[in-house]
Structures are given as structure tokens and as C-alpha cells.
Design a binder for this molecule. Structure first.
Ligand SMILES: [Zn+2]
Length: 69
């Protein structure tokens, strides 16, 4: 069975920009150099060590919008 390879992982659309082009996942937990490097590359956003119940999963780099899904 052939699997479709996608270079870009799934990301939901930003409701403000109406595209997922600038949306990156928010990462919680222990922060290491690898994560910091990826944040600098714009691949993700570091949300912090402690994760709140209603903490957003996604962050839009274009407009700064944060959302759950
Ligand atoms: Zn946006």
C-alpha cells in the first residue's frame, strides 16, 4: 500500500489570515537547543514548560493569532 508523502505536516488554517501557511505548532514541555533552533527557523513556537488546560496548540506567525484548532 502506497503512502502519500507530504513534506509539510498538517496545520489548521488561521481564521484571520485564512491560510495555514504561517501556522506553526506550539510546543510545550522541556525546551532544548533543538527546539530553540527550530523556533528560530520559524518551524514552531515554544509555549513554555507548563501547559494550561486551554493552552493553544497553534500559532500564526503572520498575525500572532493563537488558537486551539
Ligand atoms: Zn493569521
Amino acid at each position: 500500500m502506497a503512502r502519500v508523502k507530504r513534506r509539510k505536516p498538517f496545520a489548521p488554517r488561521c481564521r484571520v489570515c485564512r491560510t495555514n501557511r504561517y501556522v506553526v505548532p506550539v510546543v510545550y514541555g522541556f525546551v532544548n537547543d533543538d527546539l530553540i533552533e527550530k523556533e528560530h527557523q520559524g518551524l514552531l513556537k515554544i509555549g513554555g514548560v507548563a501547559r494550561m488546560v486551554e493552552a493553544p496548540n497553534w500559532y500564526c506567525k503572520e498575525c500572532g493569532n493563537e488558537f486551539l484548532r
